[in-house]
Design a protein around this ligand. Sequence first.
Ligand SMILES: Nc1nc2c(ncn2[C@@H]2O[C@H](COP(=O)(O)OP(=O)(O)O)[C@@H](O)[C@H]2O)c(=O)[nH]1
Ligand SMILES: [Mg+2]
Length: 415
Amino acid sequence: MESASERSSASPIRIGLIGKTNAGKTTLFNSMTLLAGEVSNYPFTTKTPESGIASAVTPCVHKEFGVTDSPANSKCDDGWRFIPVEVTDLPGLIKGAWMGKGLGNQFLSVAAQSDALLHVVDASGSVDKDGKISEPGTGDPMADFADVELELVLWYTKLFTQNLPKLSKLSKTPGYGIPSAVEEVMQGIGVRKEHVVMAIKDAILGDKAFDSWNEKDIQTFCWSLREYSKPTLLIANKMDLPFAAENFKNLREKFKGLIVVPTSGEAELTLRRAEAKRLIRYVPGEERFEILKPQDLNDAQRSALAYIKRKVFGEYLRTGVQFALNIEVFKLLKMNAIYPVADAEKLTDKHGRVLPDVFLMPSGSTVEELAKAVHSDLARGLVYAVDVRTGLHLPSNYMLRDRDVLSIVSTAKRS
Ligand SMILES: Nc1nc2c(ncn2[C@@H]2O[C@H](COP(=O)(O)OP(=O)(O)O)[C@@H](O)[C@H]2O)c(=O)[nH]1
Ligand SMILES: [Mg+2]
């Protein structure tokens, strides 16, 4: 299995949508990926049919430099850069999935290979215990969230427990220790040494020999491991419906360790579809839309847009969908948007395109890692990077900052 940490930073970030049936995952997925259809030159193709390309949006640097850009790996709209990320719409999870029920194993392994998750809950409570749509206020969003989380943790625990003999042996091997042992066994699902160290601390197992961990210790440890290794944002969806506002507050109150973002996936989908038909002007994430051709709207379209204006933009200022993706990428995963250019004067690549690319690099990444992400040849001959703003020469171990525009100087010619 390919692990999240092994893959090249040039491949897109993978975000998995999880949650109960009818929480609104597919609607969110469709709304997030609708825009990408217009962009033909995204460098990535998706691997599974349920995957698509969405965007993380950040203010583009072209305004600051007073230039007109010609984006290649991303898109620029109204001063906003749309950087591709991959999202996967996972099938709803049923109880007992961790034991392999339903599509359990398939679901969990895709979830585990995502870099981060969006856990979608129907905040209006219009889904009943059996997952069927009913009146708002019937369901229990708090329990929905907890159920799915429990399945995930039980699955982590199962993987861990199955590997106890191997873990025990590895942890006693010279040069290993528990963190390296757990990383080796669980890195395929995104577990890294630093996550293990933090989980050991949380479970207060620092002084306990691995072989004497009891069932309770393992449970507590696996719970923390899931939290650290898989950053998750809680999406309170269907905010346009009754009961949602109250449940949103309760969710935020009860799950204090999480960022909770209120959304209306349905509203976002309506707006992006209307934008695609040029009926309205709407930049995802913005707090407004403009009707372009009032005379072309039919009655249903007119009332849908009026509903969104009243129920979504009125109370929450935005649909929350693009906002949730941005928070996931820039806050939870702590990505920096980096603009590599070949010519530090003209801000162009070798084809003369201005500010062509943006790379998402995790915080802590260096000039060297950027060079590798751009091209391996570039990295091999790396000398330094020119900071376009100041002209300074930045050494290969310089830690990148968000919105850096850099020209990499290398003895290797780029192919
Ligand atoms: N009112 C409202 N309904 C929504 C929203 N998002 C999804 N729905 C509806 O909820 C139902 C289930 O949505 P779906 O995306 O298929 O859920 P999934 O099973 O999690 O993929 C559909 O009838 C959607 O139209 C929303 O934000 N507001
Ligand atoms: Mg679905």
